[in-house]
Ligand binder design. Structure first.
Ligand code: HEC
Ligand code: HEC
Ligand code: HEC
Ligand code: HEC
Ligand code: HEC
Length: 312
């Protein structure tokens, strides 16, 4: 977000809070001066009731930021660990409302129309509507709401404006952004190997006693009356799955009744990577606990504690 956009969003927010109606025209003609005109009013702004307890602790600072102080906003302590871990979506959307509102171009600068090119997953029944932004597809789409519960902080575990990374110079105990590993500095704002890879890895058929990739095996696994061939095996094998806060376990099983595309969508169908996520191997009822396959050696036997929904 550039500084000018920030000022524009402050004006929009102020308008939404009903404090700047009269000043908006001034912004159009006087540019940068508008926020100072608003400052006195923003200081009394009613902050959204749904903000987190952590955010409430910074009210004075938030008002300063909303009054147009760009640096106070950019370095707002809610961005930094440990505060970010106990923040909520309302906190972030106070300043980043564009995240769920921005829409992609209908046509690229080179003239390619968005609806004239389709990826595999866009041809599925699970894909609804026109092209939307990345954030919308993960937070707001009907499919996203059915199968997962992603919060801003699942992906954004910190935001260091200098390194443009989720990691900070903080005590080692707080460095959780890389799954307990030492932090990295790749100037990426989220850590893809602990976020995207979980749902956008390759289908690991080599681990499944399948002789080839899903598009080759699928027909054999899905005779008439079997809409979801994954469940032929996965009703019994690795059945203790998805017990984590960032997924909607029941929503997934319901959506998957009619098609394996739902399962495959997160386990190979939208694979932006040539590797798979090394999933934890939560014990299932008939598991042979004595023999661990070669590929599974060293895998955790429980989903990460920070995401557990129920102790199993
Ligand atoms: C008080 C306003 C405010 C709040 C609250 C806030 N941010 Fe920010 N955030 C900013 C500003 C301003 C920047 C700097 C944008 C820039 O310099 O490009 C920023 C930068 C960022 C960036 C880096 C993006 C970039 O373009 O540099 C991320 C990611 C981010 N914020 C995420 C969050 C998340 C997640 C939350 C909630 C936990 C949050 N922010 C809460 C105002 C805020
Ligand atoms: C599925 C993971 C994911 C979720 C959930 C998510 N983000 Fe992001 N966000 C990203 C990625 C990836 C980028 C681009 C990072 C980069 O450029 O290095 C990004 C970029 C941003 C930026 C920078 C501006 C931009 O548009 O590129 C802001 C601000 C931001 N996110 C805020 C939020 C807020 C607020 C939420 C919750 C409402 C949220 N994000 C939820 C992954 C996510
Ligand atoms: C918890 C699972 C999950 C995680 C984590 C996740 N995604 Fe996704 N992603 C999905 C699902 C489900 C969809 C399909 C949404 C739909 O069709 O409405 C999707 C769709 C997409 C799309 C297609 C969007 C479109 O408009 O067609 C892209 C690109 C993408 N994800 C990239 C990423 C990146 C990059 C990350 C990491 C920052 C990430 N995803 C993290 C589950 C996830
Ligand atoms: C022929 C039976 C079979 C079919 C069909 C099958 N799987 Fe598997 N799957 C397995 C077996 C066996 C394992 C490994 C069990 C273990 O951990 O010992 C496995 C493991 C997995 C894993 C964990 C991989 C890892 O590295 O930890 C995922 C994810 C998975 N399957 C998803 C799917 C999805 C999605 C489908 C349908 C598109 C599917 N499976 C179809 C038998 C099958
Ligand atoms: C929204 C994306 C998404 C969908 C849809 C989805 N999965 Fe998963 N799956 C995941 C993620 C993420 C994990 C790792 C969860 C964790 O942290 O333990 C996972 C884990 C697994 C595992 C390993 C379980 C373990 O803990 O040993 C199997 C097997 C699996 N999924 C099969 C399936 C099957 C079968 C379906 C369809 C019924 C399906 N998945 C649908 C994202 C998804």
């Amino acid at each position: 977000m550039a500084k000018r956009d920030w000022i524009a969003s402050v004006v929009m927010l102020a308008a939404a809070l009903g404090i700047a109606g009269a000043y908006a025209p001034a912004f159009q003609t006087e540019g940068d001066k508008a926020p100072s005109l608003m400052a006195a009013h923003a200081a009394d702004a009613v902050l959204p009731a749904g903000r987190s307890e952590t955010m409430k602790g910074f009210d004075a600072l938030t008002r300063k930021a909303l009054a147009g102080d760009y640096e106070a906003a950019r370095y707002h302590p809610i961005h930094f660990p440990p505060n970010i871990a106990t923040s909520n979506r309302t906190d972030c959307l106070m300043c980043h409302a564009e995240i769920v509102k921005d829409r992609p171009r209908v046509e690229s600068q080179a003239g390619v129309k968005g609806d004239s090119v389709l990826a595999w997953y866009q041809t599925l029944d699970s894909y609804e509507g026109r092209q939307e932004s990345f954030h919308w597809r993960h937070l707001e789409s009907p499919l996203a709401k059915q199968v997962m519960n992603l919060e801003c902080t699942f992906c954004h575990q910190g935001s260091d404006p200098r390194e443009q990374s989720p990691d900070f110079t903080v005590p080692a105990a707080l460095m959780k952004a890389n799954n307990g590993q030492p932090p990295f500095t790749l100037r990426k704002r989220v850590n893809p190997s602990e976020t995207c890879l979980r749902c956008h890895g390759t289908f690991p058929y080599q681990n499944m006693e399948l002789t080839g990739p899903w598009h080759e095996q699928r027909a054999d696994m899905e005779p008439d009356g079997t809409p979801n061939g994954c469940l032929t095996c996965h009703a019994a094998i690795r059945s203790e799955r998805h017990n984590v806060t960032y997924l909607n376990k029941d929503g997934i099983e319901k959506a998957a009744e009619n098609s394996s595309d739902v399962c495959y969508g997160c386990h190979g169908g939208r694979s932006w990577y040539r590797i798979s996520y090394p999933y934890p191997r939560n014990p299932w009822p008939d598991m042979d606990k004595d023999t661990v396959p070669e590929w599974a050696k060293g895998r955790p036997d429980k989903s990460e504690a920070r995401y557990l929904t129920r102790a199993k």
